[in-house]
Design a protein around this ligand. Structure first.
Ligand code: C2E
Ligand code: CA
Ligand code: CA
Length: 639
């Protein structure tokens, strides 16, 4: 069936329904017909008219009854049957009305009776062709059946006046045909217009609820589907919501481009659909987040589903020549356990996802009630940190690193500080991990490097600056260029910058890291290994990368379990440092005894509250100028 035929068929069905649309007008027609023809039969007492009137009454009543019966709700006949039933009754009734009036004229019955029956036939024929214009065959069929018999009778009567009446009625036919067809066209057009705009509206709504990249539901689509879903969950079943966030998707997007990113998303969507979980809604929103909502019988079952989803996402994705391995973090919440309505369920899954992400990604975490407070705080920090950068709430403090032999400041370590207008000072330990999780560390880190380089440019040339770098910063595209740009802008010699990195950097992605270190070392930037002793403490990369400094973690100096063992460790590290011509820094020195101990153990540099806390740039400048003043005084007195 062509699409035009299909539209015609639907229009036809709608129009057939209009035939039965107003049984009242049909009933009025029936009553009029019965009264007129009954009266004609009664007045004329003609046997033919009596028989005709009885027949017509039976047909009229039959039609009304059939119409009422077929209209009843739930009585779903197809349009064709309805039409045939209607057609048969209509044609029989019209033919009877036409024949009765023709008979009265032909048999020269009482003129009043002739007038009565002719008036009825004309009135019915004209009226019905307007009422039934929705089906022109029926409308015009009835018109002709009503009018042709009396027209013929008029012409055959031999009476000039009646012949003229017949002529008038004949002229009525083409006029009514045109009117009926016009009405039909108008009806048909308005029905198909209404249908088209309804279809358009449906389509728009569908689009508004669909994610264009993957064809899955979007946020609006998910909400819409959930409204219907929630009504049909069995009381012995749970609704499980899995909320996935792809790890590293941003990297793929940034390095390989958005078209590749889109293909990755489409592939993930396809895999989720291929799991063929029963009665499942799958949605994507927020860039690289996917949601699967499905019914499960138990918590155990939802674990199985989670494993299946993660396995599907973890499978390497091949795109052209690239083989990508993404992972996903997942938060899971069950209804009614973790939320009795959909919004709460979403919040719970969102918190569980957040927990999964901060606890090392590529894992699935079930919601549990204890998550709420800590995570909400973290999320608040995350939101406020974005503003903090714009609102200048952050600043850099400088803590001296001192030569244990001469007592002079050799380096300042740049440490970021956040003075929150309501919360007061926030510790970097609290917000740096959040900045790392959200990628904010990249913007933040660039800013810190710039500020630190500017401050150092003001100091004497033998004083260097140490800046902490997070692994995330190093993996960001263009990381080395950003640092070199900061140095150029501050007009600082690259040899005066020291970057402190931790061992965790070498656990993954060693190729990028090696390139980063190589490139910057080439320009003269130095590297220090921070927090030594807390991680894997593998000596392999100390040999492999050009470290100038090792910073022994402060837990070996001032922690609660310092003792002979940690002293032995410091001694060993310091010995190695001497051999490799590296400086060994002891962190966290708070007392003179500690300073003496690490110095005896062989450390060359020290950092800690014993010398100074981290201070703002103007105080750092004063510390330096005091030192130079002392030197000048010492030279002057000749000591
Ligand atoms: P870190 O790199 O080990 O920095 C040394 C931390 O020890 C600083 O804490 C410093 O204030 C503290 N400290 C120094 N001397 C003493 C002492 O004698 N006793 C004690 N108890 N603590 C001392 P802070 O500033 O709170 O920084 C904590 C950590 O946050 C840093 O550890 C570093 O990992 C991170 N961080 C700080 N600033 C930055 C930054 O600008 N960028 C990045 N990526 N990380 C930073
Ligand atoms: Ca450090
Ligand atoms: Ca450290």
């Amino acid at each position: 069936m062509s699409s035009k035929d299909a539209i015609d068929e639907r229009v036809r069905q709608t129009l057939v329904k209009t035939l039965y649309g107003q049984p009242s007008s049909m009933a009025i027609g029936a009553v009029c017909g019965i009264i007129t023809n009954g009266a004609a039969a009664y007045v004329s007492r003609n046997a033919f008219l009596v028989a005709g009137a009885i027949l017509l009454s039976i047909v009229a009543i039959g039609r009304v009854v059939a119409a009422l019966y077929l209209r009843r709700p739930g009585h779903r006949r197809n349009a064709r049957v309805l039409e045939i039933v209607y057609e048969t009754g209509a044609f029989t009734y019209s033919a009877l009305a036409g024949l009765m009036s023709a008979f009265a004229i032909w048999a020269k019955i009482d003129p009043a009776v002739q007038m009565l029956l002719l008036g009825n036939a004309i009135g019915y024929g004209v009226g019905i062709s307007a009422r039934n214009a929705g089906r022109p065959v029926i409308a015009l069929g009835q018109l002709f059946l009503c009018l042709i018999p009396p027209i013929l009778a008029c012409f055959l009567s031999g009476n000039l006046a009646l012949a003229m009446l017949g002529f008038g009625m004949l002229m009525l036919l083409p006029a009514m045909v045109e009117i009926t067809l016009n009405v039909f066209q108008v009806l048909r057009r308005s029905i198909s217009t209404a249908e088209t705009s309804q279809k358009l509206a449906d389509k728009m709504q569908q689009l508004a609820r669909t994610d264009v990249v993957t064809g899955l539901a979007n946020r609006a689509g998910l909400n819409h589907q959930m409204v219907e879903r929630l009504m049909v969950v069995g009381s012995d079943r749970k609704l499980a919501l899995f909320w996935m966030d792809l790890d590293r998707f941003k990297e793929v997007n940034d390095t390989l481009g958005h078209p590749v990113g889109d293909r990755v998303l489409t592939e993930i969507a396809r895999r989720l659909q291929a799991l063929e979980l029963d009665d499942t809604t799958i949605a994507r929103f927020g860039g690289d987040e996917f949601i699967v909502v499905t019914e499960v019988g138990s918590r155990k079952e939802s674990e199985d589903v989670a494993q299946a989803i993660l396995a599907a996402i973890n499978r390497p994705i091949r795109i052209d020549a690239d083989r990508l391995e993404l992972g996903a973090s997942m938060g899971i919440a069950l209804m009614p356990d973790d939320g009795s309505d959909f919004d709460t369920l979403m919040q719970s899954a969102d918190l569980a996802l957040y927990d999964a992400k901060i606890n090392g990604r590529n894992r699935a975490t079930f919601f549990d009630g204890s998550m709420t407070r800590d995570l909400v705080r973290r999320k608040e920090i995350e939101a406020e940190l974005r503003h903090a950068i714009q609102r200048d709430e952050l600043s850099i403090f400088f803590q001296p690193i001192v030569d244990l032999e001469t007592g002079r400041i050799r380096t300042f370590e740049a440490l970021v500080r956040w003075f929150h207008p309501e919360r007061g000072e926030m510790r970097p330990d609290e917000f740096i991990p959040v900045a790392e999780d959200t990628g904010l560390i990249i913007t933040l880190g660039n800013w810190i490097t710039q500020q630190a380089a500017k401050a150092c440019a003001q100091w004497p040339e033998d004083v260097t600056i140490a800046v902490n770098l997070s692994p995330i910063q190093i993996r960001a595209p263009g990381a080395a260029l950003g640092i070199l740009a900061a140095l150029r802008e501050a007009r600082l010699d690259p040899t005066r910058l020291e970057l402190e990195v931790t061992e965790s950097l070498f656990l993954e992605d060693s190729e990028n890291t090696a390139r980063f270190i190589e490139e910057l070392s080439g320009h003269g930037v130095r590297f220090a290994l921070d927090d030594f002793g807390t991680g894997y403490s593998s000596l392999a990369y100390i040999d492999k990368f050009p470290f100038k400094k090792i910073k022994v973690d402060r837990s070996f100096v001032s922690g609660k379990d310092v003792g002979r063992k940690s002293e032995a460790i410091i001694r060993a590290v310091a010995e190695m440092g001497n051999q490799l011509e590296m400086d060994i820094v002891a962190e966290g020195l708070e007392t003179v005894e500690q300073v003496q101990a690490v110095k005896n153990a062989g450390c060359t540099l020290g950092q800690g509250y014993y010398f100074s806390r981290a201070v703002p740039d103007y105080l750092a400048a004063i510390l330096l100028s005091n030192e130079h003043g002392e030197t000048a005084a010492a030279t002057a007195t000749g000591s």
